[in-house]
Design a protein around this ligand. Structure first.
Ligand code: G3H
Length: 541
């Protein structure tokens, strides 16, 4: 009870939130962006409750933050039709603009977006419980991602601004848009991971519909005007509401050409199945992961322990890249667990606005109950909670728990906890953690901690064929965003990075002609008099 009471006291009573971070009354967001208009939604709205509870005597009540539209199928289909019209089979204004012109629109949007930074950051904190530092970082990282995308687009355009002459054929090869893209980001990075698909899709000339995740919706509203004012009509459209009502019908029309979805593989499979011609649908998916850390006998624990804490508990472990299973060599397990549990005890826990806070309340409904079930299951099967207070719960807050020894009979060994539980198992034979990675349904990343180049080198070779990134003495992570981000098995489909995303949302297209004198004259004329945006040698600096 001692820890539960401590946690309860972390939540603010009414009036205790610092003025700088407090939110006035519920924000009613009853607009949606379709066909270049911010239309008012007259139908039902959904309440948004914050992970931050307000303490009132013995009670902890999740603060009501605002409301957003629960749109219906017909309205959602209007958004789709607006995107289809804007793309107009590739003949619309947007897909036929020059790259230089599209870049200008995106830069204009970025300028307007930056003006909304404080509003968006504050909503991120309240809506998904991100610390102020992490919320600000998510916003800034997104702006940087857009800038890097613009640079990558210029580079791509420069290399395409020339003709190739091969075997009597002259050709110009560029990348063209695919059509209508449906972008759906996850609740843990609702801004960043929506924009890392939306922006490259747009800049390549596609028309976009985006649906925010169920948690992490309100923070998009301050940006709707910027979208409306920056892009031509119908190029960016929004839908809000339940997936079944607003997304499944879109997929069922067969008019969505690209599905960019970050979430669970179960939801992704359901969405893909709605499409009547699946072979026409390109999918870019970021899905589950259960990244392991393998801590070798000679690992430097002063480096390894903080890195594992960072990897397992940044944003309360709610990252697809989080370390979700630690394998420690049996000779150092005791000392490792001591250091790990002390490091977890030292973490500052509290509300998102507190300076230096590392663990915060969680937004998902019933998340603390799910995590408690995982801990109880593991304890019933022989694991112990190694840190004081591990697994204590009050309201929406779950105190991080280090579990040891974890084995294959326990749920937490297999399931992606996506929360602050650190399962630890020990090994004598390196074959055991390697087998774990091989047998896993997931194949995103792994972290290897050790000092012997000979051992690390030998382990890297089989592991790179199991996952898509092996991190040496470093936590798993997506960044830098110019690095490819992908996964094997149930972890992903397609690759994202600043430059890969431009490829994913486009297709190579060629204009070719036999190099006869009349054809050469036609091509020269088109280029000289700028008669085409595609056949062009213009160079963007
Ligand atoms: O949730 C998955 C994110 O893509 C992870 O990104 O490693 O930068 O936190 P991150």
């Amino acid at each position: 009870m001692e820890f539960e009471e401590k946690i309860r006291r972390m939540f603010p009573a009414a009036g205790e939130v610092p003025a700088e971070f407090s939110l006035d009354g519920p924000v009613v967001c009853d607009r949606y962006l379709v066909d270049g208009e911010l239309r008012r939604w007259e139908g039902p709205l959904r309440d948004v409750l914050s992970p931050v509870c307000i303490r009132d005597g013995e009670a902890l009540d999740q603060k009501l933050l605002g409301r957003y539209p629960l749109m219906d199928e017909a309205t959602s289909l209007e958004a789709l039709e607006a995107a289809v019209r804007a793309y107009d089979h590739g003949r619309g204004l947007w897909p036929t603009l020059s790259v230089r012109q599209r870049i200008k629109y995106v830069e204009d949007f970025t300028f307007r977006m930056r003006e909304k930074r404080d509003e968006v950051v504050k909503l991120l904190m309240w809506e998904i419980g991100k610390t102020h530092a992490d919320a600000a970082n998510e916003f800034d990282r997104t702006v940087e991602y857009i800038r890097d995308t613009v640079d990558a687009m210029k580079e791509l355009d420069r290399v395409s601004s020339r003709f190739v002459i091969q075997k009597g054929i002259i050709g110009q090869i560029r990348r063209g848009p695919l059509g209508v893209v449906l972008c759906m980001g996850p609740h843990n990075y609702p801004l960043n991971e929506t924009f890392t698909t939306l922006i490259p899709a747009l800049i390549m000339g596609n028309a976009v519909i985006f649906k925010p995740p169920r948690l992490g919706v309100l923070l998009h509203f301050p940006l709707l005007e910027a979208f409306r004012d920056s892009f031509p009509r119908g190029v960016v459209n929004t839908v809000f509401g339940r997936g079944q009502q607003v997304v499944h019908p879109l997929m069922g029309t067969g008019k969505v050409d690209v599905l960019a979805f970050i979430g669970s593989s179960r939801a992704a499979d359901l969405l893909k199945k709605q499409h009547p011609k699946p072979h026409r649908l390109r999918s870019v998916l970021g899905l589950e992961a259960k990244n392991a850390a393998i801590i070798l006998r000679d690992a430097d624990l002063d480096l390894t322990v903080p890195e594992c804490v960072l990897g397992a508990l940044s944003y309360n472990g709610q990252r697809c890249t989080a370390l979700k299973m630690l394998w420690v060599h049996s000779e150092i397990t005791g000392v490792f667990l001591d250091k790990l549990s002390r490091a977890v005890t030292d973490l500052r826990m509290g509300m998102p606005w507190e300076e230096g806070v590392r663990v915060t309340p969680m937004p998902e409904l019933d998340k603390t109950r799910y995590l408690t079930e995982l801990v109880e299951d593991a304890v019933a099967k022989g694991a112990k909670v190694m840190n004081p207070g591990g697994g204590a719960v009050a309201g929406t807050f779950f105190h991080p728990a280090v579990l040891y020894p974890v084995n294959e009979t326990m749920r937490v060994y297999h399931e992606e906890q996506f929360g602050p539980i650190i399962p630890v198992a020990s090994f004598d034979d390196i074959e055991r953690p390697i087998r774990y990675v091989i047998d896993s349904n997931y194949g995103q990343q792994v972290s290897l901690f050790g000092s012997d180049p000979e051992v690390i080198g030998r382990l890297v070779d089989p592991l790179v064929n199991q996952v898509c990134r092996v991190n040496i003495n470093s936590q798993c992570q997506r960044g830098p965003d110019t690095f490819p981000f992908c996964g094997r098995k149930d972890s992903a489909e397609g690759t994202l990075s600043v430059s890969d995303a431009l490829r994913v949302f486009s297709i190579r297209t060629i204009v070719a002609a036999k190099t006869t004198e009349p054809n050469k004259a036609i091509v020269e004329d088109i280029v000289r008099d700028h008669r085409s945006n595609f056949i062009s040698t213009d160079f963007i600096l």
